[in-house]
Design a protein around this ligand. Sequence first.
Ligand code: FPP
Length: 235
Amino acid sequence: MGEEKALPTHIGIIMDGNGRWAKKRGLPRNFGHRAGANTFRTIARYANQIGLSYLTFYVFSTENWKRSQEEVSGIMTLLRNYLDEMDAYAGENIKVKFWGNLQALPEDIQQKMKRAEKETENATGVQLNLAINYGGRADIVQAAKQLMTLAKEGKMDPNEVTEDVFRRFLYSEEVPDVDLIIRPSGEYRLSNFLIWQSAYAEYVFMDILWPDFKPASLDAAISEYQHRSRRFGGV
Ligand code: FPP
């Protein structure tokens, strides 16, 4: 297998199109999110089966609070339900991490997240990163704040701040940059997803709504990625 046929190490997915999927069926938007949460489960398990190392899902952005209270609380309920299944995930060898400003989330969800991270920390299968109350700019700002605090306390010399130092303060910490970003639903935007981490990412945009996304869709995106030539600024 040539190098270009290797699996990407880290895939990011923008789960878009839940609302339109529901609308097409004359259903409330939250039915779309429920279907989207099921797709999320299927794709997470499939990624583990094929041996992917890191998979990051954009679950809830810092901008999503603008949606109706009903829609926001519907998404929180789906998240709670998922977190309550975590015991099963530990058995599946899937590791879970949460990226974002988690302090702004309901207290019970924060506790469940901590528990899920702890229970799955030794898993060696795929690492799922769930970006929740996440924004790429907010990620960079919180990293800068941490560094400035350290500098103020005399624990960090500004001259020591390299890209490699900086990146460790991002929510992604030691996780390698994202190689492939998949956005279904026919929109062609990054929407404040992994801004720093996607500097050299390949993008695959797909004309399918997230609830209809299948393991074969992931295969198709990976196959497209494998045919791209990545040069990282070289020749
Ligand atoms: C974007 O579709 C989707 C979201 C903002 C929410 C994504 C959340 C889930 C899939 C459920 C999360 C639950 C778990 C367990 C991870 P959209 O609503 O913007 O769709 P539209 O563009 O068609 O309106």
